[in-house]
Design a protein around this ligand. Sequence first.
Ligand SMILES: [Zn+2]
Length: 322
Amino acid sequence: MLAALNFHYIRPQDAYNGKGVFGVTPEAFYAQLRLLQEFGTFISAQEIPLVSQLPLANKDLFFHITFDDGLREQYEYAVPILRELGLSATFFLNTENFVEQKVSTVHKIHLLLQYIDGELLMAEAIARLEQSTANADSFRLKAMEHYFYDSSETAIFKYLLNFIVPPNQQAAMVDNLYAYFLADEHPNIDLYMSEGQIDDLMNSHQIGSHGHSHKPMGLQQKCDLIEDFSISQNWFRQKNYMPTIISYPYGSYESLPTGAIDVLPSNFKIGFSMERVANALPLSNPLFLGRYDCNDLPGGKAPLLSEADLKARNLKTTSWFA
Ligand SMILES: [Zn+2]
């Protein structure tokens, strides 16, 4: 069985403030990997095709570590720990951060929530809505019900973006707020790895694609997706590195490019969703593999599985594309 586990932000505890940016600390990362080592074998991306042929009766549990979003802190904090433990991981990046030198909308939202007072953010967002009578109080309760796990500030902002602002204006709204509040003091392009760091990981680990822009592929027009892939492939081509693995942004069922799988470039042999399951061997559908968030596994903040489950190999396997 192959269980992939995914990480995003990794930074010291004092660089989190409980708003916007959520992730793990280097200490928690180290501890979780040490814990999981007791239950299975960590493999590199190159080893996935090797184990993928193992028969169903094989009771081994293999783990593969992945990082989404190409964040510089992954290089600074996780890579030294991986080196210490002798483990190999795949780092998925969005080429728009490098080609266009821009911060992805998804990260602008995290940064706005992290640094800007929620009420102020809301007031500015509402002031920018065209011909709207919306005010935060009118949807405060609904927002908190819908985004049950988030703080009220985060819930209201997410609700505003996803339900009040028309879909075609969401990115512009975020860009606008980001430019107003943060662009000057936080250009934040250093949120992402440098090209030198990426080159290093291309040699020492594995670099994968997270698409050109960080958008749900399943909801993009096919022609936009083709255009995105073409820019992204060109960037990799000039680095002489064609990735064989892709992690679909967001990774939910709706965000996967199932209807447009024919536009996926043929260099991709393995694809990860965020269906929170393990993958039975032999891999039956390697372009749509399940993957756990690190918090779903023992050592994480809200494990779906216990250590006993891992020991007994009691892991659900993918059902979306079975
Ligand atoms: Zn992502």
